[in-house]
Design a protein around this ligand. Structure first.
Ligand SMILES: NC(=O)c1ccc[n+]([C@@H]2O[C@H](COP(=O)([O-])OP(=O)(O)OC[C@H]3O[C@@H](n4cnc5c(N)ncnc54)[C@H](O)[C@@H]3O)[C@@H](O)[C@H]2O)c1
Length: 358
């Protein structure tokens, strides 16, 4: 049977990413897949580019009335609603770790008989995800960290101002260079340097000429806190935490270091302030594009400031590159969706298990 993919318009404000690009649309069409694309003024790729690649263009939000065999594809949450969900949906639902509203969402699937294939749970046999945004999260997270360092160095009153999606990585690098002016890029340390996010962070910092210390599991085996982190101006945390661990830094350690501390900004790409295992236990909540930093320590008296960047949707700040990369990783699996494959069966099983626990 012909696979019918339906790319919905994102409803989350500021979300410009897409899981299929116009170039991908052409490859899907060439493989016999039918693609419908909802109009979107927010998406990084123009509707006309999808149309030129053979996609049918329909109104925003039309997916709810799509033919039942269509597979509805998106990036972020569905619009808030209570209607039963009858389709197969592919997107990041943020529901299987029992996040806010998970029961209600799964209830809608149960009522409508639909299926949720969560993009976070499309995995190979070795447990690695088939498609992830991590590289660009690290790249952008490090860049916002550099902007925050430059802002502190300039001594401008108030916190770093809002950041908005950059149209390309070149423009992002230009923005960092402009903020640094004739000052050198910050000495930096990246933890989780061998992973996707960590390598993205190291690449951005390298492009700015920053001296980078790269650590992964081997260097942290002894367990934190690590005074070596405090000797860098910028710390990018990009580790994937799997369970209980000692923190990499603590408030007490930072305050006691006094003037020996060079650390001014932490770009916490891993960004899990609500987890009991958070290795950067210095802040209470995520930050936003509107207010990218939170002051974790100091800034009063003679205690030097320490700011944390903790944006949990960093790749949205570089929507073109992150979409192109993600879509390229996902495409071979979309082509297998009609026949099913271990990747899709695995994701469906996670959904069925969670549905049963609801
Ligand atoms: N903020 C965002 O927008 C955003 C976006 C995507 C991913 N993330 C998060 O970034 C984190 C990393 O994701 P990824 O895709 O790069 O994962 P990854 O699995 O590719 O890389 C993680 C790396 O961390 C290393 N690591 C694990 N424990 C460590 C420890 N104790 N000390 C040192 N290194 C350690 C691993 O060896 C690995 O190299 C995840 O928590 C993910 O949820 C955040």
């Amino acid at each position: 049977m012909t696979l019918h993919l339906w790319l919905r318009a994102e409803s989350k404000p500021g979300e410009e990413r897409a899981p299929v690009t116009p170039a991908g649309a052409k490859r899907l069409r060439d493989a016999g897949v039918r693609l419908t694309v909802e109009r979107s003024t927010g998406r990084i790729f123009a509707d006309a580019d999808y149309a030129a690649c053979g996609a049918a263009i329909v109104e925003t939000g039309a997916w709810a009335a799509a033919p039942k065999d269509a597979v509805i594809l998106g990036i972020k949450e569905l619009p808030a609603d209570t209607a039963p969900l009858v389709h197969r949906h592919v997107y990041f639902a943020h529901a299987f770790k029992e996040q806010k509203g998970w029961r209600e969402l799964l209830g809608r699937f149960a009522q409508g008989g639909g299926t949720l294939f969560d993009l976070e749970y499309l995995k190979r046999d070795d447990g690695r995800r088939v498609a992830a945004f991590g590289y660009w999260a690290g790249y952008v997270g490090a860049a916002v960290g550099v902007l925050a360092v430059a802002h502190q160095r300039a001594g401008t009153p108030g916190a770093l101002g809002a950041v908005r999606p950059w149209p390309s990585r070149e423009r992002l690098i230009e923005a960092c260079k402009a903020a640094l002016g004739d000052q050198p890029a910050p000495t930096s340390i990246v933890l989780g340097a061998k992973g996707r996010s960590g390598s993205g962070a190291a690449t951005l910092l390298g492009a700015l000429g920053a001296p980078v210390t790269s650590w992964d599991l081997e260097e942290t085996r002894a367990g934190g806190p690590f005074d070596a982190i405090l000797t860098h101006e910028l710390f990018v945390n990009a580790v994937l935490v799997m369970g209980a661990m000692k923190p990499f830094v603590t408030r007490e350690q930072i305050v006691n270091a006094g003037a020996r501390r060079r650390l001014r900004v932490i770009a916490d790409v891993s960004c899990d302030p609500h987890s009991p295992y958070n290795p950067v236990p210095l802040y209470e909540d995520t930050t936003t594009m509107e207010q990218p930093t939170v002051r974790a320590v100091g800034g009063r008296g003679d205690v030097a400031p320490l700011d944390v960047v903790a944006i949990d949707h960093l790749p949205s700040l570089l929507p073109r590159e992150s979409s192109e990369d993600f879509a390229e990783q996902l495409l071979p699996h979309l082509l297998e969706l009609a026949q099913g494959s271990a990747v899709w069966r695995g994701a469906e099983q996670v959904f069925r298990d969670k549905l049963a626990q609801r």
